[in-house]
Design a protein. Sequence first.
Length: 368
Amino acid sequence: MNILGINSGTSIDSLDIALFECKENKINFIQGVEVKYPNVLKEEIKSLGPNSSILNCDKTSINLGKFVGMKTNSFLKSNKLKASLIGMHGQTIHHSNEVNKTTTIQITEADLVSDITGINVVHDFRKKDVINGGSGAPLVPILDFYLFTNIKRPFICQNLGGIANTTLVHKTFKQSIGYDSGPANSILDKIIYIHSQGKKSFDKNGELASKGAVNSELLEKMLNNSYFRRRPPKSTGNREFGIEYVLDLLAYAEQKKINLNDLLATATELTVESIARSYEQFIFKKNNIETVILSGGGIKNGFMISSLERRLPKLNFKFSDESGMPSKYKECALFALLAYHRVKNKKVNLINITGANKEIILGKISYK
């Protein structure tokens, strides 16, 4: 079955659309495209949060639905491709995982996408998990377990998106664990965007950060966040590490006269150190790990990757592209796979991943 996976991450840098061949325990990449958001739509999305009005959220959800539907049709038509199903995550505007209280909101009107494309759309994957006691994230461990079958287990899959998602891939899914170690690109991108007054959206290859020096006082202040002390299952998002967090960082940097390069170097080190400490605390004590498979937009940040290699010199870091799954479209693959599971009424066991209290079927279906 050929299924489209559609994803837009918390960094809101682009819409990713990719086609996959899905089978019972296997998924193969066919083709994909990255679509940049129009600036007006991008700013509309960025303006939304937990305190936004229902009317504004609904308006943006409809605008996103139209945009996604049209770009999906364009992708299929221009490449002479066909899909029998769509798995669409939607745009996260809020995700908070506090103890015994998780809220998660994704928008993009699925009924519009199914009407425009004429293809059934599976969406809203996180709510069922939350309703059953889970944190709603991360979901990527489901995909990680089916990928990279040639790698000696156990190994780690480390996604570097807006948030850093960690999966310990074991011999059985029941033994595997997953969690969000903390922020990755989201803080860096927001610092650049605000500092440049919207003229830039990221630090290309980590060039500015590489010229800076880590401010140890600020780093310890950042690492003192209570999120890093929590044990898995756990997930995070814009509530803990969103715009308010970044504005506080910028205010602190101004007060302490920390320049932009040093601030970016310190924020990068936060990602690296929080990942490394999570491995040491939650994985290394009971598992002999040799390999880490890296994916997500963060792999384009050469400074972040070299910093990870410096901090964890005994590990062999590889990119998911080397094993046949383009890093750019890995999360698209996840939602294609989840859509396949949904129409096959296949339950997933997220007890060790999100803390859900039973096996569940994820996703709702918008019919064409």
